[in-house]
Design a protein around this ligand. Structure first.
Ligand SMILES: C[C@@]1(CC(=O)O)C2=NC(=C\c3[nH]c(c(CCC(=O)O)c3CC(=O)O)Cc3[nH]c(c(CC(=O)O)c3CCC(=O)O)/C=C3\N/C(=C\2)[C@@H](CCC(=O)O)[C@]3(C)CC(=O)O)/[C@H]1CCC(=O)O
Ligand SMILES: NC(=O)c1ccc[n+]([C@@H]2O[C@H](COP(=O)([O-])OP(=O)(O)OC[C@H]3O[C@@H](n4cnc5c(N)ncnc54)[C@H](O)[C@@H]3O)[C@@H](O)[C@H]2O)c1
Length: 475
């Protein structure tokens, strides 16, 4: 089902039947300016005496379909209605039926509708409960009436601003402010005069000069040091690369946000950040996640952003670090460039990824595959919560002759997982297990975000997001 509003002025339409339903169809069609023909076996009902329509006193016949664009089968014979619909469709017309039958699939349904001034409201239940569609319209009708004067006002303002305000974004911004709940309430409570005064006060007010916001979204960490060395450093790199953008921060982990609040540091959730950007009047919002993979956190981010889709002229989401195929060799090259991993070394490097029950966990074995493709036979990927596990890594190490292993977090930050699961003194940490297996363990305690070459990858992802055409790039 796809709703559209048809402009029927001067278009030919035919209604079969002259009973209660047919009469509703005919009045509606005449109101919309259509050229109406009615065919039914009885004489023309008196109510149409002064109506501008062509009345044919005869039952349905295929030749009556003629040049008509829309066909309304409104007889009380459902088999006849089904036949009318089928034959009209075969003749390339769009047809509806007042009766529902299994051997007929009409092209359109007539929704319950109400019109007040320039506002038309239509409700369909796809034939399930037509009387409910009518009831919903009746319930909402007073609201429509309330807004029809406002609609006229806004129509006048909008046409005037199209002439006097060449900046389309500014116009959009103003019209959005003027249809926010606060403005609607002002119109209802104080009337048209107060509303128009508010509108002109807005046009005089200086709207924010910079309308581009870049929201950097991270999972977050409550470890303040690593937070600034990684998340903060990625954000700084992006700020430097895009000086024309206002850069903001949001975290996706509610647990971390709460913990930080207890420590006295406020960070926004994605929804809070988007709400603030909307309030501040930003029109173009670009969201760059710093997440390593597009997993659950990223899915949630997309859902949160989707609920703000109508709030901005542009709302786009960039891709996490490992999303497209080319991201894999790019990250390997970056890690090599900053000396995180070294090819053909006598040391084995074990990268500790987070891991996830989400299907994207495949990114970790895929990254391992890419490492080998790029010649890093001595670098292995494992995860804390997914596959490959530490046991998988131990098996792989056993087949080779390494004595020294270097542990590296494959996470943006060197937070809880790096400090405890990787490098902690508990007996099940990777460090403890590997030491027990006789390896000499070295720790690299930096999150990926701390490396300039990785920061440059995020800059490239933002660049890519900004370059996408609005049609192809919207998410
Ligand atoms: C909305 C409205 C617009 C309009 O017609 O203008 C409309 N029906 C309205 C009223 C209404 N219709 C019926 C009752 C009796 C109570 C009840 O049954 O609920 C009442 C209430 C009343 O009369 O108060 C019975 C009924 N309707 C259809 C069948 C055939 C069937 O199901 O076989 C039967 C069973 C007959 C039987 O049992 O014998 C079929 C259709 N009726 C449609 C539209 C289309 C689907 C719209 C949708 O739901 O999306 C469709 C498919 C026709 C089409 O698309 O042309 C209008 C409300 C106007 C308003 O109040 O503003
Ligand atoms: N869509 C709705 O809102 C709605 C509401 C109630 C009922 N219905 C269903 O729609 C049907 C029509 O309802 P109504 O209240 O208008 O019935 P109605 O009895 O008032 O009118 C039926 C009309 O169809 C005409 N007709 C019969 N055979 C014809 C033919 N071969 N060619 C042209 N006209 C023909 C009759 O002469 C009459 O004018 C009913 O059978 C009912 O099931 C629909």
């Amino acid at each position: 089902m796809y709703p559209i509003a048809l402009h029927l002025q001067g278009k030919k339409c035919i209604v079969f039947g002259a009973g209660k339903v047919a009469q509703r169809r005919v009045w509606g069609l005449l109101e919309s300016g259509a050229e109406v023909t009615v065919a039914a076996p009885e004489p023309m009902p008196a109510c149409w005496k002064n109506a501008k329509l062509t009345y044919l006193q005869q039952p349905y016949a295929p030749e009556l379909l003629g040049e008509n664009l829309l066909v309304f089968a409104a007889t009380d014979d459902s088999a006849e209605n089904a036949r009318i619909v089928r034959e009209a469709q075969a003749a390339g017309k769009l047809a509806s039926s007042a009766t529902v039958s299994p051997d007929c699939t009409p092209d359109f349904t007539v929704p319950a509708h109400r019109k007040h001034g320039d506002i038309t409201m239509a409700v369909t239940t796809e034939g399930d409960a037509p009387s409910l569609a009518g009831a919903i319209c009746r319930e909402l009708e007073p609201k429509l009436a309330e807004y029809s004067e406002l609609c006229t006002c806004l129509g006048i303002l909008r046409r005037a601003w199209k002439e006097t305000m060449p900046d389309e974004i500014r116009r959009m911004q103003l019209l959005r402010i003027l249809t926010e709940p606060k403005a609607l309430e002002l119109f209802r409570e104080k009337g048209k005069g107060a509303y128009l005064a508010y509108a002109s006060s807005l046009t005089e007010e200086q709207l924010p000069a910079c309308r581009n916001a870049l929201l950097m979204v991270s999972f977050g960490t409550s470890y303040a040091d690593t937070r600034e060395q990684t998340i903060g450093a990625v954000e700084s790199a992006v700020k430097q690369a895009f000086p024309e953008m206002d850069v903001f921060r949001a975290f996706t982990s509610g647990m971390i946000i709460r913990k930080m609040r207890r420590q006295g540091t406020a960070v926004d959730t994605v929804r809070e950040a988007l709400e603030k950007l909307k309030q501040k009047g930003y029109t173009h919002v670009y969201i760059q996640p710093t997440h390593v993979i597009p997993g659950e956190e990223y899915d949630r981010l997309c859902a949160d952003a989707a609920s703000y889709a109508g709030a901005f002229a542009v709302l786009r989401i960039g891709r996490p670090l490992l999303t497209e195929t080319e991201d894999y060799p790019a990250l390997i090259q970056a890690m090599e460039q900053d000396g995180v991993i070294e090819k053909a070394s006598t040391k084995a490097y074990l990268l500790m990824g987070h891991g996830t029950p989400h299907i994207i966990n495949q990114a970790y074995p895929a990254f391992d595959y890419w490492l080998k493709r790029c010649g890093f036979d001595n670098v292995f990927v494992g995860t804390v919560e997914g596959y490959p596990t530490l046991d998988t890594l131990l098996e792989q190490l056993k087949e080779r002759q390494y004595q020294e292993v270097v542990l590296v977090p494959m996470m943006l930050v060197a937070g809880d997982h790096a400090q405890n699961d990787m490098a902690g003194d508990e007996e099940d940490s990777w460090k403890s297990v590997l030491t027990r297996h006789g390896y000499t363990v070295t720790l690299q305690m930096q999150g990926l975000g701390a490396y300039p070459a990785v920061q440059a990858l995020y800059v490239a992802h933002v660049q890519h997001m900004l370059e996408l055409s609005p049609e192809g790039g919207e998410r």
